[in-house]
Each structure stands twice: as structure tokens, then as C-alpha cells.
Design a protein around this ligand. Structure first.
Ligand code: PAF
Length: 286
């Protein structure tokens, strides 16, 4: 079982000696409810570092809806087993009052990158993510930090924050893990009813269909979106929040597919929101 640390001072003290002796430290920030997607991050961190720290903290700052914060799955006992099986050395699991002891006055904001995709619909979300991630990076001071490609906008924002603020850490992306029917793993999948779970893979099918159209030479984003959106129309219980084709770095929508793009979508099934994305390039990889 990994060692569990709840205090910032205690964690810094615990990391002092390994850091002094030059041990590399990998950090995997999570909000718990660990699944095979997190396990992929933890395994990669285990392979690449001497010491692996996973944080488990349901960050209130990034929830734009109170009920989402309240219903977010909390499965600490199970998480410790998953983390232990992945070879995690230390779990940092602070109470909210430890990370936010008073009113928070300093925030990290990347307004341009946050204005697109999920950010349009989740006011303050990425400010909350960037702020807590910078706090975690400052507390742990890892050599590497691991983030899933499933949260593509989050990954782009964190990469840019680290670059623009000269944070001395290497950000390591990890590929999305999927169910056999294509559904991207997410802690929120647990909240789907059996009927919603059967519909949910339409999101990854829509992404694959967009890729298929691009591979066939279709370059018009309007044409691709028109066809792909009709796939969702077969499910009246599903609401599409967005389905967009954007530049993978600026996240701004593109009109024509040329070079690298990110295809990203968000859907609602009942009160559960699911996101997914896939990268595509018209240029052959070098
Ligand atoms: O991806 C998540 O689980 C969260 O957004 C993160 C990065 C742990 C910050 O709270």
C-alpha cells in the first residue's frame, strides 16, 4: 500500500531526502475514482521515475456546477488498491482546507485557450484546473507530471502554463484508454444508467467518422460537422454540447483541415457529461 500524506509541510519534508540524493520524482495529479486510464498514467510514471507521487484531490475550484462536485465519485479505499498495484510510493490527499486555507486571491488564467471547447460551457473551470495544478507542481516539484490526452484542452492549457511561466517540469501526455466499444474511460462513466451506457460510444464513433471523412480527402469542416452531427440525431436522449475541429495548440476552430487538427466533442446523457477527442494530421508523421 502506498504511504498517504495529507499535509503540505509533511509532504515537502518526506520528499526532501529523495530530492537531495537526486531521485527523480513523477507526479500524477488525479481527483481519485481511479480507473484503467489513471493506471496507464501511473504505470508510465512508475517506469520513468524513482519516486511516484499521485495526488487525490477533488478540487472544488474547478467545478462550475455544485451538484457535479457533490456527485463526483469518491472511492479512496479502492483508489489505494489501484495505486498500490501500479507501484505508487506516495499518495498526497489533502483536505480542501489544506490547499485552500483561506479565500484564494491568486489564480492562474489562460483566457485565450479557455475560451474554446469545454471552456465555453464551464466558466472558471480551467482557471480552477490551472491554479490547482500549479499549486501541486509547486508543492511536489516533480521532474515529470503525467496527464491524459482524453482531457485535451486541459493538457494544452497545462503545457502552455508550464511554458509561459517557466515551471521546471516536463509534462508527459498519456494516450486515452478505451472500453472495447470505444468509450473513453472516465470517472463519470460510473454515473451512466445502463441505457445511457449503451448510447455513450456514439461519441467516439463520431470522432472516428470525422477521421474517416478527412482520410477520404474531405477538408471542409462544415461538411464534416454536418454529417457527423447527424449520427447523434438518432438519439433523442442525447444532447450535443459541442463537436468541433480546432487547432491543437491554440484550440481555435479551423474552417479547413490542413496540417494537424484536434477533433473534440462533448455530449450530455441525462445529467452526465462526457468528452472525447482525437488528433488528426494531413501530414505523415516524421
Ligand atoms: O484531470 C483531472 O483529474 C483534474 O482536472 C486534475 C488535473 C487532477 C486537476 O484537479
Amino acid at each position: 500500500m502506498p504511504e498517504v500524506v495529507t499535509g503540505i509541510a509533511e509532504l515537502r519534508e518526506r520528499l526532501r531526502q529523495p530530492r537531495r540524493q537526486g531521485d527523480s520524482i513523477g507526479l500524477v495529479p488525479t481527483m481519485g475514482a481511479l480507473h484503467a486510464g489513471h493506471a496507464a498514467l501511473l504505470h508510465k510514471a512508475r517506469l520513468e521515475n524513482r519516486l511516484v507521487v499521485a495526488s487525490i484531490f477533488v478540487n472544488p475550484l474547478q467545478f462550475d456546477r455544485k451538484e457535479d462536485l457533490e456527485t463526483y465519485p469518491r472511492t479512496m479505499d479502492q483508489d489505494l488498491l489501484v495505486a498500490g498495484a501500479c507501484g505508487v510510493d506516495l499518495i498526497f490527499s489533502p483536505a480542501a482546507a489544506e490547499l485552500y486555507p483561506g479565500e484564494q486571491a491568486a489564480f492562474v488564467d489562460l483566457p485565450r485557450l479557455s475560451a474554446h471547447l469545454c471552456g465555453q460551457f464551464r466558466p472558471g473551470h480551467f482557471q480552477g484546473v490551472a491554479t490547482v495544478v500549479l499549486k501541486l507542481l509547486n508543492i511536489v516539484q516533480p521532474d515529470r507530471a503525467y496527464f491524459g490526452e482524453k482531457d485535451a484542452q486541459q493538457l494544452a492549457i497545462i503545457r502552455r502554463m508550464v511554458r509561459d511561466l517557466d515551471v521546471p517540469v516536463s509534462i508527459v501526455p498519456v494516450a486515452t484508454v478505451r472500453e472495447p466499444d470505444g468509450l473513453a474511460l472516465s470517472s463519470r462513466n460510473k454515473l451512466l444508467t445502463p441505457a445511457q451506457r449503451r448510447i455513450a460510444p456514439v461519441l467516439s464513433r463520431a470522432l472516428s467518422e470525422a477521421v474517416r471523412r478527412m482520410e477520404a480527402g474531405e477538408g471542409s469542416v462544415a461538411a464534416i460537422r454536418h454529417d457527423v452531427l447527424s449520427l447523434f440525431a438518432a438519439y433523442p436522449e442525447l444532447r450535443v454540447e459541442y463537436f468541433e475541429i480546432v487547432d491543437p495548440e491554440t484550440l481555435a476552430p479551423v474552417e479547413h483541415v490542413n496540417g494537424r487538427v484536434l477533433i473534440a466533442g462533448a455530449i450530455w446523457l441525462g445529467s452526465t457529461r462526457l468528452i472525447d477527442n482525437i488528433a488528426f494530421s494531413t501530414v505523415a508523421p516524421r
